[in-house]
Design a protein around this ligand. Structure first.
Ligand code: ZN
Length: 305
């Protein structure tokens, strides 16, 4: 017996990433300063992809690191390439299909994918999805693809928006004070999933929320800061504890109640988003926050009630 459409939720990792300590917990030093001078790395951290069973099909949240990222020429050259390499060091350990196979899941089982943001360790495997599988991304993040220099936001369009990809921009602005001119029309393929803006007042502290299938079990929340359009997925499981997949809002959810935010991204937005998530955890007892690179994720998932 279950009171929720959500079935199994599992996490698989495609590799590891090490970052600078200031990336995990920012301090007074400007980003460029620690990017240039830091001599220490964190321990290697996983690169999680989450698979969520829903009666409408398997939902993937974040798609992990691509084996192609180990090949020369994957990253930009020049100053940006230098900054990328100084800030994060990736090791690809297995392809996404191999990682999922370890849990008995086939990548072709995925009905839709959702990405927290368009960094390559979250959206680098879009090209591996079956043709036409929708990839939901916040409309604001999607807009970075048309920016003058997406790479300045760490976004490499040729890897995360490959030919044939079915990226669906999700408007996440129903709680924001937007003029109609800035509101994005939802694409028909997104509406065809049966969802729409989620007007649940307990989520109104976030700029926007979108109920994926219209059943309230999977709600994409606007959680900007790490990138301008970063989003998190709230999984409501009836009497079981709700889960919040936050991407790179934090590397370590235990730092969030202290207001400690990563040293990359927009600091003010990160603080606002972090405070909203801490407040949400008070409104949703038992909320389990799962970060994209947190080594504690398997433990947190296995102990969630
Ligand atoms: Zn990121």
């Amino acid at each position: 017996m279950t009171d929720s459409p959500i079935g199994r939720v599992v996490a698989v990792s495609t590799g590891t990433v090490r970052v600078r300590p200031q990336n995990i917990a920012g301090d007074w030093r400007p980003m460029l300063w620690w990017t240039a001078t830091s001599r220490t790395w964190s321990e290697p951290m996983p690169i999680w992809t989450f698979a969520i069973e829903h009666p409408r099909g398997l939902v993937l949240f974040d798609l992990g690191q691509s084996p192609a990222s180990a090949e020369p020429g994957y990253y930009p050259g020049g100053f940006l390439g230098w900054a990328f390499a100084r800030q994060a060091s990736f090791v690809v350990e297995r392809s996404l299909p191999d990682a999922l196979a370890g849990e008995g899941i086939g990548l072709p089982d995925a009905s839709i994918a959702v990405v927290s943001h368009l960094h390559q360790d979250h959206a680098g495997n879009i090209a591996l999805l079956e043709p036409g599988v929708p990839v939901l991304v916040s409309a604001q993040e999607h807009g970075l693809l048309d920016a003058k220099t997406p790479e300045m936001h760490g976004v490499m369009p040729r890897h995360v928006s490959p030919k044939g990809a079915n990226l669906l921009p999700v408007p996440l602005d129903n709680f924001a004070d937007n003029s109609p001119a800035t509101t994005v029309e939802p694409p028909a393929a997104l509406l065809a999933l049966g969802g729409g803006p989620c007007d649940d007042p307990e989520l109104s502290g976030f700029p926007g929320a979108w109920d994926l299938y219209g059943d309230g079990s999977l709600v994409l929340l606007s959680t900007p800061g790490h990138t301008p359009g970063s989003a998190s997925l709230l999984i409501k499981r009836g009497s079981r504890s709700p889960l919040l997949l936050v991407g790179d809002v934090t590397y370590d959810p235990t730092l969030m109640p202290q207001g400690i935010v990563p040293g990359t991204g927009a600091e003010g937005l990160q603080r606002t988003t972090t405070a909203e998530i801490v407040a949400l955890a008070e409104r949703l007892p038992g909320l389990v926050v799962l970060a994209a690179h947190d080594p504690a994720v398997p433990h947190l998932l296995s102990t969630a009630h």
